[in-house]
Design a protein around this ligand. Sequence first.
Ligand SMILES: C[S@@+](CC[C@H](N)C(=O)[O-])C[C@H]1O[C@@H](n2cnc3c(N)ncnc32)[C@H](O)[C@@H]1O
Length: 281
Amino acid sequence: MSEDEIGQMRPENFYDEYGEKEWERLEANIHRKMEFESTVHYLKEYLPDSGKVLDAGGGAGRYTIWLAERGYEVVLLDLSEGQLRVAEEKVKERDLEDKVSFLKGEIRDLDFVSEEFDAVLCTGGPLSHIVDEEERKEAVIELKRVAKSKAPIFISVMSFFQVISNIMSLCPEEVVLLPEYLETGDYTEEMVQKHSLEPTFTECHFFRREEFEELLESCGLTVEKIVGLEGPISELVDIEKFEEESTEEDRKIVREMVEKTREDPVVAEISSHMMAVVRKA
Ligand SMILES: C[S@@+](CC[C@H](N)C(=O)[O-])C[C@H]1O[C@@H](n2cnc3c(N)ncnc32)[C@H](O)[C@@H]1O
């Protein structure tokens, strides 16, 4: 693997390159839309009516904008300068600059005083991009530190089982990674090099539900809920065929199916992303 390819596996480089596609991601198809819609459903349920919110690993700013449009004061923090630029542009286009500030930063080492925020988001998998177990714990402790007592913290991660169907349907040459993946839940530069593969994503850790819950509880957080954001539709169907052939009414039925099933513990395991709503104990 060349130096360039190794660089691609660092999240900041991957997301710099990904640019505007990260903004488009949450509207690409019904599967991605459900990630957004389910997240928003739980934001509405748990957020305080007003206050200051940290959008950590906020990427292109979809949730920052949703929050700012509802009157929250938002700080969007991200490792990727490319993502920060896209987010700044989207915020400017909507005249929301007075509601949002931007900061380049790392979720493991947040440059904020303790208890600064009324709510904290870390959605779409920033925690999954930390492959070292101790470092993931440091990140969760930081997210907790900057949240006020009893403030809701929303953390979504990428889940373990989606990778198996993804590999089999999209990159069958990566099947050789499965024995090690089953042991660790990791996708790393070392694994890719060992099998002389091309990198297809950044380094990542994919979570089982129980492991996620244990991590959060070990950091002194009370878990209110863990849900499967995209529900049973995840990567398990031919999404493009469904997009082409389904009617508005079909999509309404699928949405309702996700709404009804996303809190089932089995569904969190098979969803592409699972989200925890937690509070300081
Ligand atoms: C898939 S995007 C999610 C964006 C947005 N939060 C969402 O839910 O759509 C993941 C983002 O996390 C950022 N990220 C990854 N690791 C990070 C870290 N350790 N600290 C801060 N941001 C990180 C990436 O740069 C990227 O913008």
